[in-house]
Design a protein around this ligand. Structure first.
Ligand SMILES: NC(=O)c1ccc[n+]([C@@H]2O[C@H](COP(=O)([O-])OP(=O)(O)OC[C@H]3O[C@@H](n4cnc5c(N)ncnc54)[C@H](OP(=O)(O)O)[C@@H]3O)[C@@H](O)[C@H]2O)c1
Length: 191
């Protein structure tokens, strides 16, 4: 399982849950500090990618970096919480019949050449938790119960790395925009 933006709010959770479910997890991030957070969360391997945007050569180099990290069989699951210029190079490292999970687009909304999905016979699956929870509350409740069981068993430990007072909420948002946040940031609405 390859996780893009692996030190971010949802990325770090994906790393932990992937490990708890028995996957070999490779986290992809943009700095050594983030790489350490992803290793601490249990990732088997971490790669540090450059910051985009990328030209054609940059995308080729990034694709090679993903392929080297996931190995010759490719990634069975790619969890993409980043999008933008990272998407196509990541998809090129997917396994035959792999699943590409579309989570979010902090780097921009990408476009994909569909021939890549044919060549790998892979799925590209949008994952929209809020809409899923509203449409299928029973399934969502079962998933939440499974997550609490993992937490109780010590298999996952959600990371809140910074807590901000309500008045400092803008600083929290700026840290997300500057790619500086690790794990979840919390803004307190009241004491
Ligand atoms: N589908 C769903 O149900 C669902 C649920 C929750 C959140 N989301 C979405 O998922 C995305 C990630 O959420 P999050 O809470 O994990 O956010 P986050 O903590 O800010 O993580 C996003 C990661 O994206 C990477 N990134 C690459 N380019 C970036 C840029 N230009 N600006 C900011 N970050 C950039 C950063 O990692 P590197 O620096 O390591 O590249 C960052 O850690 C958001 O778009 C959010 O709306 C979707």
């Amino acid at each position: 399982m390859l996780v893009l933006g692996a030190a971010g709010g949802v990325g770090l959770s994906a790393v932990e849950i992937g490990k708890a479910m028995g996957a070999r997890v490779i986290g992809a991030v943009s700095s050594e500090e983030k790489a350490q957070a992803v290793r601490d969360a249990g990732a088997d391997d971490v790669l540090i990618y450059p910051r985009g945007p990328f030209d054609k050569d940059g995308q080729k180099a990034l694709s090679q970096q993903f392929k080297d990290a996931v190995g010759p069989n490719g990634a069975d699951v790619i969890y993409d919480a980043v999008g933008g210029d990272y998407c196509e190079p990541a998809l090129r490292s997917i396994a035959w019949e792999g699943r590409y999970l579309v989570i979010g687009f902090p780097a921009g909304i990408p476009k994909l050449p569909l021939n890549l999905t044919l060549l790998k016979s892979c799925d590209v699956r949008g994952v929209f938790w809020g809409a899923f929870a509203a449409r299928d509350p029973q399934h969502n409740a079962a998933n939440i119960a499974a997550l609490f069981a993992m937490w109780k068993a010590g298999k996952i430990q959600p990371k809140v790395t910074e807590i901000f007072a309500f008045e400092q909420g803008g600083e929290a948002i700026a840290r997300l925009g500057d790619r500086k946040a690790i794990g979840k940031l919390v803004v307190r609405i009241a004491d």
